[in-house]
Design a protein around this ligand. Structure first.
Ligand SMILES: Nc1ncnc2c1ncn2[C@@H]1O[C@H](COP(=O)(O)OP(=O)(O)O)[C@@H](O)[C@H]1O
Ligand SMILES: [Mg+2]
Length: 504
């Protein structure tokens, strides 16, 4: 991140430096050109003066009868210190000459009536040339040409250039320093503060803000950023508050529902045991009376015994769930057990008119369980199915079994993606037993409660509401599960059990 800040500073500074140097450089070049022009102008006016002087003095001296050459050199050398000159008559004859005259014409830089100036050397970048040729008409004589040195002007220009360079350097330094300072203050520093604040907020310091006090786009960006951070902080705080409320409510709910379940269980037990206990009390009262004949007495004792048995079985069922008795698990052939259970149940009155369809899988492996308990589960499911079909005409129970490979629940300490320790811990076979009936089905309101203890929709004496509760506890103890679903024209209960290692 720091590198990015330096990047912006570097880029903006580079921009300022380039623009300043380009601007100052152009202005400097322009100034040099203007000074050069005026220096040349001055030299040309000097030449004009010289020509004027020559014209006047030639007229005067022509009256004295001196030869052309001597007169000219006298005037030029004395007055303007010019060595090289030439006077040509209109017919081309050379009347007078001194020194050497350049053969090429040079570049025309000035032209007026009767006088022209040509420059040798020089240009846009090289500046003023080395010398200048002035060509002027002298009345009654011809054309006068002379060479004017520009060395003096060039010397002056050199010092002007040095001065301008120094001036440009100082100017550039000042402009760049001020530019960088203002840019820093108005853009770079505020941006850095904004970046720091954003980093702190991203790191969890939600209360942090960008302290930026500039009145430009960066300032308003920082203001928007701060208000966004404020809203974010508020939102996150309120989310945290809601989350806390939610967890508290959830805890409360869990406590309440646990309490409610315990209460329901206790009430159920009290109710279930209360009935036979009341009956028992009655029989004991009758038995304690005098004058009962032995047959009556025997009947009362038998009845009292049955009530005691009922209490015993209720308590035993509960004990089974609360503290299952450790019984040896053995490989059980599910198909055979289903057949056997069904045969035992057929004689019951609930099963009159019920037809059963067996669709048993061929290669269903054995499951490891206690046979008695598994029979209890199967009977519960058969009886429930038969009772659900009491009021319907078409009474069919379809029982099917099959084995299927399913991933086993992951063991503690192992996570998804770890290499499987052995094949069977990663994937194992499960045996599915499905009981499908054509009964009344399960009402949507009841579906969440049918596995609850004492939940029953049946009349007193017919159902205790313990069947599914006990069955589920047994199956879960073997590592399986009972699930159910409403199917068309009835319901289906599926017992899933892990397959044992031994084949049947
Ligand atoms: N096959 C089924 N079809 C429709 N409803 C069922 C079936 N099995 C169970 N139920 C519902 O689940 C309730 C609880 O069943 P269960 O625990 O066996 O107790 P009980 O049979 O004593 O009522 C039943 O009262 C009934 O409403
Ligand atoms: Mg039942």
């Amino acid at each position: 991140m720091k590198r990015k800040g330096q990047g912006i500073r570097f880029q903006l500074t580079a921009g300022i430096v380039i623009m300043t140097i380009a601007g100052i450089g152009l202005i400097g070049l322009m100034s040099i050109k203007i000074v050069e022009r005026s220096a040349l102008q001055w030299k040309i006016s000097q030449a004009e003066d010289t020509v004027g002087f020559v014209r006047a003095s030639m007229r005067l001296s022509s009256e004295g009868g001196q030869p052309w050459g001597a007169r000219l050199s006298g005037v030029l050398k004395n007055e303007a210190r010019i060595e090289d000159f030439r006077l040509t008559a209109p017919d081309g004859r050379q009347l007078a000459a001194s020194g050497t005259m350049p053969t090429d014409a040079g570049k025309l830089i000035y032209g007026a009536v009767g006088i022209e100036a040509y420059m040798y050397g020089g240009g846009l970048l090289t500046g003023i040339g080395e010398s200048m040729r002035v060509s002027a008409l002298v009345p009654d004589a011809g054309r006068l040409e002379f060479i004017l040195s520009l060395a003096e002007v060039n010397e002056d220009m050199a010092s002007v250039r040095n001065f301008l360079a120094l001036y440009a350097l100082i100017d550039s330094v000042i402009i760049i320093a001020f530019g960088v300072y203002f840019l820093s203050r108005s853009i770079i520093e505020p941006l850095k503060k904004l970046e720091e604040a954003a980093k702190k907020i991203a790191g969890g310091k939600l209360y942090d803000r960008a302290d930026v006090a500039v009145h430009n786009e960066v300032g308003s960006l920082a203001a928007s950023f701060n208000s966004m951070a404020g809203r974010l902080e508020d939102e996150i705080k309120s989310l945290e508050r809601v989350n806390l409320e939610l967890t508290t409510a959830q805890d409360e709910l869990l406590r309440n529902s646990t309490l409610a379940a315990v209460g329901r269980l206790a009430a159920g037990i009290a109710h279930e045991i209360g009935n036979p206990l009341g009956a028992l009390r009655g029989y004991i009262d009758i038995l304690s009376r005098e004058g009962l004949d032995p047959a009556e007495e025997k009947d009362m004792v038998a009845r009292a015994g049955r009530e005691a048995d009922r209490i015993d079985s209720i308590v035993r069922d509960f004990l089974e769930v609360a503290r299952p008795a450790k019984r040896a698990v053995v490989p059980v052939d599910v198909n055979a057990l289903l057949n056997e259970t069904l045969t035992g149940l057929c004689v019951r009155s609930d099963f009159s008119g019920v037809s059963t369809v067996l669709d048993l899988g061929l290669k269903v492996p054995a499951v490891m369980a206690d046979e008695g308990k598994l029979r209890q589960v199967f009977s519960n499911l058969f009886i429930n199915a038969a009772q659900a079909m009491e009021a319907v005409e078409e009474k069919t129970i379809t029982i099917s079994t099959l084995a299927e490979a399913r991933p086993a629940p992951l063991k503690a300490g192992r996570r998804k993606g770890d290499a499987p320790a052995a094949k069977e811990t990663f994937e194992r076979d499960f045996v599915f037993v499905s009981f499908r009936d054509t009964g009344v089905g399960i009402h949507a309101d009841d579906s969440a409660r049918i596995f609850d203890p004492f939940f029953t929709t049946k009349e007193v004496g017919k159902g205790t509401g313990l069947g599914l509760f006990v069955s589920q506890s047994i199956i879960k103890a073997y590592g399986g599960e009972i699930t159910f679903r409403n199917v068309e024209g009835g319901s289906e209960f599926i017992v899933m059990l892990p397959a044992g290692k031994e084949a049947v």
